[in-house]
Ligand binder design. Structure first.
Ligand SMILES: [Zn+2]
Length: 252
C-alpha cells in the first residue's frame, strides 16, 4: 500500500495530491490559477494541509475553492476551517445541503449495527471519533453544484451527479489532470467491511444501493487515467474496468 498509514501527503498525478489516512482520503488539485480542495477529511487532519500544499509548491492563500463529493461527516471535517481561513467558497449538491448545513442525516438502507460484526467497522469508527469527526463544524452556506456543469475553479472540473451513497453525491472529472475524483460512489477499500477492490459503498452507508449501482454507468463514461476514491488506494486504468469489477461484486 503506497498511502502512508500516518497520513503523509502523496502526489498521485501531476498537480494532484492525496491527503488523509487508511480510513478516508481528501485531495488537492492545482493549476496556474490556484488550488481546489476536494473533500475535507476530519478535523484532526488539519495538520496535513500545509505539507500537502508544499508538495505542490503552494500555500493556503492559493486555495480558491472547496468541493464536496457528498455531505458525510468524514468528508466535511475541515471545510468550515478552510472556508474561514482562505475565504474559499464550499461547493455542494443541494440534495446534500441538510447534511452539511444542519447535520440532518437521512436513514441509510441498512443499520450500522449489522456492520459492527466486521472488525474494520470498529477500527474505522474509533479512528474517526479520535480525529474529531463528531465535532465537525457545520458549514451553513454552500454554493449549489448544478451537474452537469464545468466549474470555473482551479482544475476546471466537470461535475456529474452520481446519487446512491447519498442523494446529492457528485463526482469531479479533472480532464487536464487525467484524474476523476469519485468520492464514495466507487471505493477501493470498504471502511465498514475492510474489503478491497473497486466496489460501491456498503448498504449500511448508502441511501440506495440500487441507485448507486445505476450511477456506475455515469462513472464508466468518465475520461481519466486514475480514479481517486473516497476510501482506499487510487485505481489506475480505465474507469470502465473499475466499474466492471464493482458490478461483478454487486451490493454488500
Ligand atoms: Zn465516506
Amino acid at each position: 500500500m503506497s498511502h502512508d498509514a500516518h497520513g503523509q501527503p502523496e502526489q498521485v498525478a501531476p498537480g494532484v495530491v492525496r491527503l488523509g489516512t487508511w480510513a478516508v482520503n481528501w485531495y488537492l488539485v492545482a493549476d496556474d490559477g490556484g488550488v481546489t480542495v476536494i473533500d475535507a477529511g476530519t478535523p484532526g487532519y488539519r495538520r496535513q494541509l500545509e505539507p500537502g500544499l508544499e508538495l505542490l509548491g503552494r500555500s493556503p492563500a492559493d486555495i480558491k475553492a472547496v468541493l464536496l463529493t457528498h455531505g458525510d461527516l468524514d468528508h466535511v471535517g475541515l471545510a468550515a476551517h478552510i472556508k474561514a481561513v482562505c475565504a474559499a467558497p464550499v461547493f455542494l449538491h443541494p440534495a446534500d445541503a441538510a447534511l452539511v448545513h444542519e447535520g440532518k442525516r437521512k436513514k441509510t438502507e441498512a443499520g450500522f449495527l449489522g456492520a459492527l460484526r466486521h472488525r474494520a467497522a470498529w477500527e474505522t469508527f474509533a479512528h474517526f471519533i479520535s480525529q474529531g469527526a463528531l465535532r465537525t463544524p457545520k458549514v451553513t452556506d454552500t454554493v449549489a453544484l448544478r451537474p452537469p456543469e464545468t466549474l470555473e475553479v482551479p482544475g476546471r472540473p466537470r461535475v456529474v451527479h452520481v446519487p446512491g451513497h447519498t442523494d446529492g453525491h457528485v463526482a469531479f472529472e479533472f480532464r487536464a489532470h487525467g484524474a476523476a475524483l469519485v468520492g464514495d460512489a466507487l471505493i477501493t477499500r470498504n471502511p465498514l467491511t475492510g474489503a478491497r477492490g473497486p466496489q460501491i459503498s456498503a448498504r449500511a452507508a448508502n441511501v440506495s444501493s440500487t441507485q448507486a449501482m445505476g450511477s456506475l454507468e455515469t462513472l464508466e463514461g468518465l475520461e481519466a487515467d486514475v480514479l481517486l476514491v473516497g476510501h482506499g488506494d487510487p485505481w489506475r486504468g480505465e474507469p470502465a474496468a473499475a466499474v466492471a469489477e464493482a458490478r461483478s461484486r454487486g451490493i454488500s
